[in-house]
Design a protein around this ligand. Sequence first.
Ligand code: CMP
Length: 139
Amino acid sequence: MAGNITYTMLKPDAVSANHTGAIIKMIEEAGFRIVAMKMTKMSAETAGKFYEVHKERPFYKDLCAYMSSGHIVPMILEKANAVEDFRTLIGATNPANAAEGTIRKIFAKSIEANAIHGSDSDENALIEGNFFFASVDKF
Ligand code: CMP
């Protein structure tokens, strides 16, 4: 059965463009409850650890530099069928392919600076949530 928790973070392009409030409004209006949230900044080393799964990909180095270039807003969200419903709300990784009305279609600048992250599985939601917040299961 699908879990009720997902992990997200607003990326440096969205935060620096002052879209934090508008994106959070869309998240809440879509029925997600924010159960953990902070504004922080990753070092390139921390970004490297977070994205370790992509370390063989050609975009890994640029991605780590980009994700440590400014503030981010990590959040844990709660809703029935959270992972799948949230990925529908944010749209495709490449904003050029994202559906109308999705967060990435509205706010993302490029495939790298794509405004927001959303976990791709219940398992990764817990791993990623625990990366930024202690003991996700308490939520
Ligand atoms: P996300 O799915 O949140 O996590 C992995 C990130 O890598 C992805 O968002 C993009 O920001 C980035 N990414 C994925 N594919 C590419 C690509 N082909 N070129 C550059 N960045 C990418």
